[in-house]
Design a protein around this ligand. Sequence first.
Ligand SMILES: [Zn+2]
Length: 185
Amino acid sequence: MGWFSRDVLVTFIDDATGAAFATTKMLPDDLPESFEIETTLHLGEADWSVVHAEPRTRGEYTKSGALTLRLLKIEKIGAEAISFSQLDITERFDDNQGLGKDEWISTMPLSLTIADPKSAGLPSPDADSDEVYRVASKLSALRESIPIPDDGVYCPICHIANVDLGRLRTPCPKCGRELLKFGWT
Ligand SMILES: [Zn+2]
C-alpha cells in the first residue's frame, strides 16, 4: 500500500449554518476525482450539493489527507408542487361524472387552498388576471402534452369547467380567453 491509498479525513460543513455536521474517513478512490464540476452527494436521507471543496482534486486531498466540503441541502420539491398543472380544482374529485357536454361547473382557485401558492409555482392570490392566465396557460401547455383520460377544459379567470376536451383552446363563453386543459382528479 502506497501513500495514495491512505484514508482522507472528510469534514462536512453545512453551508446554510457554517457548522461542521459530520466527519468521516474515506478512501480517495471513493471520492470524486475533482470537485471542479458540480457534485451531488447522498448523505443520510438527503441530497447535498457541494458548493465548495478544499482542496478540489483527488491528487491534492490524497496528499494532504484531509478534505473539507461545504454542502447545501437540496430541498425536495413537494409532490403537490410538481403535480400542479392547473390553477383550479372542483369541490369533489368526481364532479365531472354526470356532467353533460354543455354543462359548466364552477371551480375554485387552488391558490386559496394552499398555504404558500408562490412556492408551488402558482400565482399569488392577489395576482391580476393577466398574470393568472399567463401561468395557467403555461401549465396547460404542459398538461396538453400528456394524454390524460377524462380531461376537460376550464377558464382560470371565470372559474368554470366543462367535460368536453374538444373545446380546448376555444374561447371561454364568458370572457373569450382560450379554454385550458383541466383534470378532474
Ligand atoms: Zn373565462
